[in-house]
Structure formats: structure tokens, C-alpha cells
Write a protein that binds this ligand. Structure first.
Ligand code: TMP
Ligand code: ASP
Length: 235
């Protein structure tokens, strides 16, 4: 697989074309941003840990019938994925009240929800990714109604599989963000699944083991990513 040119550089990843138009290389950086890039920093070795964590989680999901863009890990910081036409919608699934949901509802973090909450955000950095609903997605033709229903069902299935996976490793999956794209007419799970885009709390101490440590200046950021890596990839 020959790496060709850089086609996109985001906050945490770089994408490269390959000699095959159906395949791209996802490179994981150590850069971290928060609050729509108003806060910037680096988390040592994050790219390496996130590449491994994401590879493990995509493999686990594929084994359970979830269709993803993941093909294989290529190197410390690179994975080979299927080329996607990204659906410009960020999908958030929540199991516990935290973050912007806690703010919006005026509730403390940590409270239980009767059911998982599914939220959609329009993927548009200039606008700060505003929240939208399924009728906006259909009315603005961001995805076809059939695609929206696949995305909804797959997001909830991913939540069930990952909740069980993390539970076995002593981690509470509080919430997480997914992105989807089209590949040869099929909707696939894309992007990454890492502590950058998930809230992960230790089940016993409820200590935060994710990017909130960076966002909120809680310290021990690298240690938290290392610990997630250890529990996800080595147990
Ligand atoms: P929120 O509570 O800030 O809305 O975040 C919900 C989840 O989505 C949390 O696990 C972090 C993740 N997330 C991202 O990955 N990217 C984002 O831009 C935002 C706002 C949240
Ligand atoms: N949206 C990402 C986050 O806070 C990064 C960013 O907003 O710059 O997780």
C-alpha cells in the first residue's frame, strides 16, 4: 500500500490518499484541541495510543457485525481505512448525564438516564457544530431517510457492544461521538473511537479517563490514555 498525498489535516488526524482510490491512510497526531480549537495542546503519545485503541475497538465491533471503515493497523500511528464520503453529522450517544447534556438540562454530572440519548450535530466547525434533529437532516438532505435510520440503529448497537466491552474492563461508557460515511452505497462507521471522543469513567472511583482531563485541566492526561490503552488492548 503506497502512501501518496495529504488530502486533509484535522485537529487530531491527517488523511492521505494511497495508490488505491478506495483506501486511505488515517494518521493519528498527538495534538489535542477543545472547545472548537479555542484550547490547544499536545498529549504525549496520544496518536500511538489512539491508533491502537481505535483499531482494537473497530475490530471488536466488526466481529459483532458492525460495518466500519477499518481495514488494518499499518504502523504505530497509521491505519488503513476504506474511503468514505462523510455524512456531515456527528452522532452522540449518552448513557449518563455529563458535559453539554448536564449543562442543557441543568443537572449535575453522573446522573442515570432511563434510556440512552441519541443526539445529532451538524458537522460545521465555523458554526461550532450546532445540534440538529432528524428532520433537519432530512430537510437539508444531509442524509437520506433510509441512511438516517441505519445510522440511528448502528449507533445504538455500537453503544450496546461498547458498553459491554468497557464494563468487562472496569470502565463506564458515559457518552461518545461517532461519524458515518458512504462507501460503495453502504453506510459505514468511520472516524475513530478513542478517549478523545468518548467519556470513560473508572467504574469504581468514577475517575475520568478521557479528554475531559485535558479540557478541564485535571492533570494526569497521558496517564489516563495509557490506562485506557492498557485495559482495552492488554486485557
Ligand atoms: P458534549 O457533552 O460536549 O456534547 O460531548 C459529548 C461526547 O461527544 C463526549 O464524549 C465528547 C464527544 N465530542 C466529540 O468527540 N467532539 C466534539 O466536538 C464534541 C462537542 C463532543
Ligand atoms: N470538538 C473537540 C472536543 O472538544 C475538539 C474541539 O472542539 O476542538 O472534543
Amino acid at each position: 500500500m503506497e502512501k501518496r498525498q495529504k488530502i486533509y489535516e484535522g485537529k487530531a488526524k491527517i488523511l492521505y490518499t494511497t495508490d488505491d482510490p478506495d483506501r486511505i491512510i488515517q494518521y493519528f497526531k498527538d495534538d489535542a484541541t477543545a472547545f472548537n480549537a479555542q484550547k490547544k495542546g499536545t498529549i504525549q503519545e496520544k496518536g500511538i495510543l489512539n491508533n491502537r485503541i481505535s483499531s482494537r475497538l473497530f475490530t471488536y465491533l466488526e466481529e459483532r457485525g458492525i460495518r466500519t471503515h477499518f481495514m488494518r493497523q499499518l504502523s504505530d500511528r497509521e491505519m488503513l481505512v476504506k474511503t468514505l464520503q462523510i455524512v456531515p453529522v456527528e452522532v452522540v450517544v449518552r448513557n449518563i448525564i455529563a458535559g453539554s447534556l448536564a449543562q442543557r438540562m441543568g443537572m449535575p454530572e453522573g446522573g442515570d438516564l432511563k434510556l440512552p440519548v441519541l443526539e445529532f450535530y451538524y458537522k460545521k466547525d465555523e458554526l461550532g457544530d450546532p445540534m440538529i434533529n432528524e428532520s433537519h437532516i432530512a430537510a437539508f438532505d444531509l442524509a437520506k431517510p433510509q441512511e438516517i435510520s441505519v445510522i440511528r440503529e448502528v449507533a445504538l448497537a455500537v453503544n450496546r457492544h461498547l458498553t459491554a466491552f468497557f464494563e468487562e474492563r472496569g470502565i463506564l461508557l458515559v457518552d461518545f461521538k461517532l461519524e458515518f460515511g458512504r462507501h460503495k452505497g453502504e453506510i459505514l462507521l468511520g472516524d475513530e473511537i478513542t478517549p478523545d471522543g468518548c467519556r470513560l469513567w473508572d467504574r469504581v472511583t468514577r475517575e475520568k479517563m478521557d479528554k475531559d482531563r485535558f479540557r478541564r485541566d485535571l492533570g494526569k492526561v497521558e496517564e489516563a490514555y495509557q490506562e485506557v490503552y492498557r485495559r482495552v488492548c492488554q486485557s
